[in-house]
Write a protein that binds this ligand. Structure first.
Ligand code: NAP
Length: 347
């Protein structure tokens, strides 16, 4: 049954959250979204169907104490998506870890204070499950990333610490609400906002000559609309519990490049050189030292390995079915062209 109380969505301006807001409004919910600037900066939210009557935008920053008290007041459900998603930052502690961890604690404290919140849905990441694939292992919700640090994969570290902080809060404070966590892999698809998301940017980089060749690397992709759906199912499915690894099929870089080529994007600067063999992997590991620090670490811990994971729990317990990620990738590319993030090369 749809609650008449607003659902709070933190970081409403984000790539994923904008779809959560859109879908909640479409389903008839009242939504209170938190943002960092004044409401007039977000026409893509204000113009959503149902927004004029049922969307309220309130300001809140993860680094401000008690910033979420008003935002969660009177809500049954809070969907906490806000967290910095950036790679190659200057100061990993201040730019990533502090807002992710302190912000999560701040949101949970406000939920506790509200006395109304029944469930918090937290957007974690595959990053909190692992920061490197192991070809012989199938990752599940039982796995935790124990290897990241401020030096190694600081974004993945921030997500791991933030999710840990959320579970610790539940264990220690025993609040009157439960926690359900969504752990998406690489989220792709069209964007409701003009902002270029970090994951779509990786596809753009592949199309604009940033990578010297096709590496032996694979990713799990999931459509942004499926990730939004997962969050809403996490509030509507009363039996939902624990973590949910959220990803469609995995795709090798070779297949991704072939897909782009066969879908009419062959005149972009797609990588041609096949570096997916053993010698290529070795070369890529050496070349990774010429890349920005976090990109370099990413290449060294991912090339030459196959990511395997099990997405059965989210399908079984939340009833989520995944879109064909090939379609999401093609839609993401067309959308990046539409927003001007990608300029089609002249033939
Ligand atoms: P995004 O578009 O960059 O959105 C991040 C959101 O967090 C924005 O609304 C941003 O607000 C907000 N935010 C950042 N720092 C903040 C601060 N100090 N105070 C308040 N708000 C702050 O990223 P996204 O891809 O939608 O990511 C949303 C969530 O999903 C994140 O928790 C991310 O870790 C997680 N995730 C993403 C992916 C993916 O592939 N995209 C995969 C797994 C998990 P501004 O608009 O004001 O900057």
């Amino acid at each position: 049954m749809i609650t008449s109380k607003p659902v709070c969505v933190t970081g409403a301006s984000g790539f994923i959250a904008a779809y959560i807001v859109r879908d909640l409004l479409l389903e008839g919910y009242r939504v209170r979204g938190t943002v960092r600037k004044s409401a007039d900066h977000y026409p893509f939210l204000l113009n959503l169907p149902g927004a004029s009557d049922r969307l309220e935008l309130v300001k809140a920053d993860l680094m401000q104490e008690r910033a979420y008290d008003l935002a969660v007041e009177g809500c049954d459900y809070v969907i906490h998506t806000a967290s910095p998603y950036e790679i190659n930052v200057k100061n990993p502690q201040e730019d990533l870890v502090d807002p992710a961890v302190e912000g999560t604690e701040s949101v949970l404290k406000s939920c506790m204070k509200s006395g109304s919140v029944k469930r918090v849905v937290f957007t974690s990441s595959i990053a909190a499950i692992t920061d490197e694939p192991e070809s012989s292992k199938v990752f599940t919700e039982k796995d935790w990333n124990t290897m990241s640090s401020l030096e190694r994969h600081p974004y993945q570290y921030s997500k791991t610490l933030a999710e840990r902080a959320a579970w610790d809060f539940i264990m220690q404070k025993k609040p009157p609400f439960d926690l359900v966590v969504i752990n998406p892999f690489m989220v792709v698809g069209p964007s409701l906002s003009p902002q270029l998301n970090t994951t779509n940017r990786i596809i753009r980089d592949i199309m604009t000559g940033v990578y010297p060749g096709i590496m032996d690397i694979n990713w799990g992709f999931v459509d942004v609309r499926d990730v939004a759906k997962a969050h809403i199912l996490a509030i509507t499915t009363s039996s939902a519990s624990g973590r949910y690894l959220c990803s469609g099929e995995a795709m090798h870089m070779r297949d991704l490049v072939a897909l782009l080529k066969s879908s009419g994007f062959g005149n972009y600067a797609l990588p041609k050189l096949d570096l997916s063999g053993k010698a290529g992997t070795l070369l890529m590991k050496l070349l990774s030292f010429t890349q920005p620090k976090d990109t370099g670490t990413y290449i060294r811990t991912n090339v030459g390995r196959t990511f395997r994971y099990d997405n059965a729990k989210i399908k079984r317990e939340l009833g989520l079915s995944f879109m064909d990620v090939k379609e999401s990738i093609i839609e993401a590319v067309k959308d990046m062209e539409k927003w001007g993030h990608l300029t089609p090369p002249k033939r």
